[in-house]
Design a protein around this ligand. Structure first.
Ligand SMILES: [Zn+2]
Length: 252
C-alpha cells in the first residue's frame, strides 16, 4: 500500500472546480488539517491554520495541474489525509482511453511547478505585506531555509498568524517537497533526471538516493527540529523506497 493512493469518493467529499480544474476534498483532509493546527491556543487559531493549509496545498496542486494542461493533459485535484494529489485524467482515444504522452523533461517541469507556485505565492504575500506597511525581516531556518518573518500593522494577531502560516506552509513544505525522496516532487525530478542520464540503472539509483536521503532527513528532523512527524514521514518513505528496490528482483 502506498501512502499516496487516491482515496475512493465519499458522500462527504467537497467538490468544486477552479480555473476549469475539478477539485475533490476528502473529509479526512479537514481532520488532518485540524490536527496540524491543534497546537494553536484558540478555535480561531486552529481555523486560521486549516484555511492556510487548504489554500497552500490547493495552490501547489494547481501548479501541477496548470503545467499538465500546458502539455495537453487534463487532470483532477484531490486533497486527502496525506496532503494533495494531481491525478492525470485519461482522454478518450479511438474507442479506448489513453493518457497524453509526456516526455521526461515535461514531467520534470510538471513536478517543479508545484513547489515553485508555492514559492511564487510566498513572494506575492511578502510583496502585499510590504505594500500594506508591514515589516519583513529576513530569517533562515536551520541556517539555509528562507523563512522571512512578517509584522503587519493591521489586522491584529489573527491576520499576522494567518500570514505567517501561509509563508510557513508555502516555503518550508515547498523545500521539503523538493527533497529527492520518492514519491515527493523532488523524488520524481531526480528519477526522470537519472533515467535520462542512465536509462539502464537510473530508476534503481533514484530509489537508492531516496532511501539514503529519506533516512538522513528522518534523523535530522528528529535531532535538529525535534519533529517526530518528519522522522515518521521520511522514515516511512525511505522504507517504501527500500521495499521497491527489494521487490523489483534487481530489475530496476
Ligand atoms: Zn507536488
Amino acid at each position: 500500500m502506498s501512502l499516496f493512493q487516491v482515496p475512493p469518493p465519499t458522500r462527504f467529499d467537497l467538490r468544486f472546480s477552479i480555473v476549469g480544474i475539478p477539485v475533490r476534498v476528502h473529509p479526512l483532509f479537514w481532520l488532518i488539517a485540524i490536527l496540524f493546527g491543534s497546537s494553536a491556543n484558540s478555535i480561531l487559531g486552529v481555523l486560521t491554520w486549516v484555511i492556510a493549509i487548504f489554500i497552500s496545498i490547493l495552490i501547489h496542486e494547481l501548479g501541477h495541474a496548470l503545467a499538465m494542461r500546458r502539455y495537453g493533459q487534463g487532470s483532477q485535484i484531490i486533497l486527502h489525509f496525506a496532503g494533495g494529489l494531481t491525478v492525470p485524467e485519461s482522454v478518450s482515444w479511438g474507442g479506448g482511453y489513453a493518457q497524453v504522452a509526456i516526455t521526461p523533461n515535461q514531467q520534470i517541469f510538471i513536478s517543479l511547478a508545484g513547489p515553485f507556485s508555492g514559492f511564487l505565492f510566498a513572494i506575492l504575500i511578502l510583496a502585499a505585506s510590504a505594500a500594506a506597511g508591514g515589516t519583513v525581516v529576513p530569517n533562515f531556518l536551520l541556517g539555509f531555509i528562507p523563512f522571512p518573518m512578517v509584522f503587519l500593522p493591521i489586522g491584529g494577531a489573527v491576520v499576522n498568524s494567518f500570514v505567517l502560516s501561509l509563508l510557513w506552509v508555502n516555503i518550508f513544505w515547498g523545500f521539503i517537497n523538493l527533497m529527492p525522496v520518492h514519491p515527493l516532487d523532488g523524488g520524481t525530478v531526480t528519477r526522470y533526471v537519472l533515467i535520462q542520464t542512465d536509462p539502464w540503472n537510473g530508476l534503481r539509483t533514484s530509489l537508492w538516493v531516496s532511501v539514503i536521503t529519506g533516512a538522513a532527513i528522518a534523523i535530522a528532523g528528529l535531532v535538529f527540529l525535534r519533529s517526530t512527524y518528519m522522522a515518521f514521514l521520511f522514515g516511512l518513505l525511505a522504507f517504501q523506497s527500500y521495499q521497491a528496490l527489494q521487490g523489483s528482483g534487481g530489475r530496476y
